[in-house]
Design a protein around this ligand. Structure first.
Ligand code: ATP
Ligand code: MG
Length: 753
């Protein structure tokens, strides 16, 4: 991780000692982010190979702060301010944390551990937060009562439990399984088997533990629907004290790629889940083959040379006519065994032969009509290369892999309901342990589509930049956009494990994102379309430092200071040339308050460019005499280059819904197809926005800000941040690109970008 951070933040000419630092990381001398930051700073001014000792001192090399030392130092600081902390309760937390951060004994301690220890000690001292700490909480709890009961309950629970606002937790995972059909599934050991010995062996292996699996095919990124599947599978196991495996269902070598394998694991972890085991269907290719031989020997499979078209006809064709079996079905077992061997040895071309299961052509379920178990594919597999030229099908593979892994509850989506019968048939046919399959409804959201094929089409047509374009709902896209994982989990958990498929209004997801960001994002000031304001009654040299809370009414967030000078920027949307009675912001001869300042400003003159656009607004800072009482306070950013203000944002990207219709795949409302439904203005890019200096100091990956009165934002991965730009703010190569995660309020139409 440290190497990654180094690699993505240095440039060769700016940090000549990157290699030295890399070696220090490799040898373990630099072992934490704090040390890495110190090392980068040190190397900008010094030559480390010549000053090894100084480097080691500057970076705390070899300093180990034990858990006990952390605990003792945190206690010392808390004790020193105990009286005021008890009085101010959680409002005083930020100050104490500031002191702790400065404590010399903790300089090189693991900051995560320090924070945890601090939280624990504060909780022990003050007890959980209650009304004294958040007068708005009571109001919020009342509002929550019109949400579904489970959500309201868990919201209230979370508020009482969470001692620290910045750790926003979604509804509990366990609550998902408390009601409905899923709460009544069998217990491990209760599912009948074809022979009792099989269950005995299963229980010997599992000792009665619940085992589930999440089985994605590595042929694309995971999407919001998969977030439900992940919560269902990992959650069911966790709720029942069991474990969940990640199994890549990789039996289609043509579609699968290593990059998707990597991305899937990364996504599962990002959502907060750790697989018990990481497995691949391809791990079992030999066992699967051996069982296919066994199945054939039992007279329950045969090699068939019919074409796809012929097989479709045998199944009754398009018009669901009579069904019949082909001549290969009754060929001698020995012949099928020999033919299957020939398939494996590559003595047939693709399409010349398949292995079919001998099921029941008379059954009413199409999944029983002699499904294909193996087909020939001359393509290289991302893990087994060219070792195999026959590959098992999903129908053949899935249940057997579940069986090998002793899965107790094979949870999947509703489109597999008919497959349940073939799943059980095959396990019984080869007499192996048979899990229970149970199906739940797929999750979709409005104004988007999740199909991998269609997403690729959108990309190939240039309508989205890639599969992680922040306008689509793959999880890498949501992550890039800045959506916190807890918000995604909260969304799917609130929906519960419904058995019907549902398309949920995307607004519900956005509401969870807002609730989460409201709790975790510091507020800073920015102007997307800046307008220059000159406070004509202040001297050129005017410089005041203004302290602003990162989150009003929550001191645990701490505060920051920004310069206030004669020249400022405000957002264009906060000024109007033509005033009106219901307008409370800035207009000619009108006053407005500035966030964090005690005096308002009044616009005295509007200076225009030749083209009629506004060049600058001349205003009076009302710091003398009788003061107008402002109805609104707007955000502002000072022009104070010596203090690094403003930070210029190369791009601010505003994302609106990609599609015009709630269901772009519905032919009745979108007859021309989903491509025709794309809103080509769904991405708006603003150049030249400004933000306060704090942005530069905190531009760490994944920090999310609220730009006051505008929306929630995060840094896009297209940004370029150099070591220099981190050390000196605003170096010229740096490129800051911010994504709008979500608007502040539900109705995006009322938002002025
Ligand atoms: P897609 O067709 O959208 O690519 P898929 O079913 O092919 O999805 P898999 O990789 O096979 O994707 O899915 C892995 C697991 O996730 C399966 O158990 C599947 O049932 C589940 N899953 C896929 N899509 C959804 C969804 N929209 N809602 C809930 N679960 C889903
Ligand atoms: Mg699939």
């Amino acid at each position: 991780m440290l190497l990654y951070t180094l690699g993505t933040t240095v440039t060769k000419d700016k940090t000549p000692h990157a290699e030295y630092i890399a070696q220090a990381i490799a040898s373990g001398r630099i072992a934490s982010t704090e040390q890495l930051t110190a090392a980068t700073k040190f190397c900008i001014k010094n030559d480390p190979p010549a000053n090894e000792q100084a480097f080691d001192e500057a970076c705390g090399v070899g300093v180990v702060v034990s858990d006990d030392e952390i605990s003792a130092s945190v206690k010392d600081v808390i004790d020193s301010v105990k009286a005021s902390l008890v009085k101010e309760r959680y409002r005083g937390q930020g100050k104490v944390l500031g002191l702790i951060k400065k404590a010399p004994a903790l300089r090189w301690a693991d900051s995560g551990k320090v924070k945890n220890e601090f939280d624990a000690q504060v909780l022990a001292l003050l007890g959980p937060k209650d009304e004294r700490d958040d007068p708005a909480a009571a109001k919020k709890a009342a509002a929550a009562t019109n949400k579904p009961a489970a959500a309201a309950k868990s919201n209230a629970g979370a508020a009482a439990k969470a001692p620290e606002a910045k750790k926003w937790e979604p509804a509990s995972l366990e609550a998902m399984f408390a009601d409905g059909e899923i709460s009544r599934l069998h217990k491990a050991g209760e599912n009948p088997q074809i022979k009792p010995e099989i269950m005995e062996e299963h229980l010997r292996a599992t000792r009665g533990m619940v085992i589930t699996r999440f089985p994605p095919e590595p042929n694309g990124y995971l999407h919001i629907g998969h977030a439900k599947a992940i919560n269902v599978n990992f959650g069911y196991a966790k709720t029942h004290g069991g474990v969940c495996n990640l199994r890549y269902d990789d039996t289609n070598p043509e579609a699968e790629e290593q990059k998707y394998v990597d991305s899937i694991l990364d996504t599962v972890r990002w959502l907060g889940f750790e697989p018990h085991k990481i497995l691949y269907s391809s791990d079992y290719f030999q066992e699967l083959f051996d069982l296919a031989v066994e199945l054939t020997s039992r007279g329950l499979a045969y090699v068939c040379h019919c074409t796809g078209e012929q097989i479709r006809e045998q199944r009754g064709g398009e018009d669901k006519g009579p069904r019949f079996s082909c001549e290969h079905r009754d060929r001698p077992i020995a012949e099928s065994l020999a033919e299957f061997q020939k398939m494996k040895e590559g003595r047939y071309a693709a399409n010349e032969a398949t292995l079919r299961m001998k099921m029941d052509m008379e059954d009413g379920n199409p999944q029983m009509w002699d499904l294909i178990a193996y087909r020939i594919l001359y393509s290289s597999h991302h893990r087994t290369g060219t070792e195999w030229c026959i590959y098992p099908t999903y129908d053949y593979t899935h249940c057997l892999c579940d069986s090998f892994e002793n899965i107790t509850h094979s949870l999947c989506t509703r489109e597999f309901t008919l497959s349940r019968q073939s799943y059980y048939w095959l396990c019984d046919a080869v007499e192996v342990y048979k899990p229970v399959q149970w199906e739940y409804g797929r999750l979709n959201v409005t104004n988007t589509l999740l199909s991998k094929r269609k997403l690729l089409k959108l990309r190939d047509e240039g309508l989205i930049s890639d599969l992680d374009d922040p306008r689509v709902y793959t999880i890498p896209a949501l992550r890039r956009r800045g959506v916190p994982p807890q918000a995604i989990n909260a969304f799917v958990r609130e929906l519960g494990v419904t058995t019907t498929s549902a398309t949920i209004d995307v607004g519900r997801l956005e509401n969870h994102i807002r609730s989460c960001l409201d709790e975790i994002a510091p507020r800073i000031m920015a102007a997307i379309s800046p307008v220059r304001v000159v406070l004509s009654n202040l001297p050129e040299s005017h410089l005041e430092m203004i302290e602003l809370p990162y989150k009003p009414r929550d001191e645990s967030f701490g505060s920051h200071t920004v310069p206030f000078t004669r020249v400022l920027y405000i957002d264009a949307s906060d000024f109007r040339d033509v005033d009106s009675a219901d307008y409370y912001r800035l207009a000619p001869n009108k006053s407005v308050g500035l966030q964090g300042l005690s005096h308002p400003i009044t616009c005295t003159e509007v200076r225009k460019n030749a083209d009629g656009s506004i060049a600058e607004l001349v205003c009076r800072y009302e710091n003398e005499g009788k003061q107008p009482k402002p109805k609104t306070f707007i955000q502002w950013v000072a022009d104070c280059p010596q203090l690094g203000s403003p930070v210029r944002l190369d791009e601010v990207r505003i994302y609106n819904p990609l599609f015009n219709h709630s269901n772009p795949e519905d032919k009745s409302t979108v007859p021309e197809g989903f491509l025709s439904d794309v809103d080509r203005n769904s991405l708006q890019v603003y150049k030249g926005a400004v933000a306060e200096k704090d942005l530069a100091e905190n531009h760490v990956e994944n920090i999310r800000f609220q730009f006051m009165r505008i929306g929630y934002f995060t840094l896009d991965k297209d940004s370029v941040l150099t070591a220099e730009s981190i050390a000196n703010d605003n170096a010229s190569e740096a490129k800051i690109i911010m994504n709008r995660i979500v608007t502040l309020k539900e109705d995006s139409k009322k938002q002025s970008a």
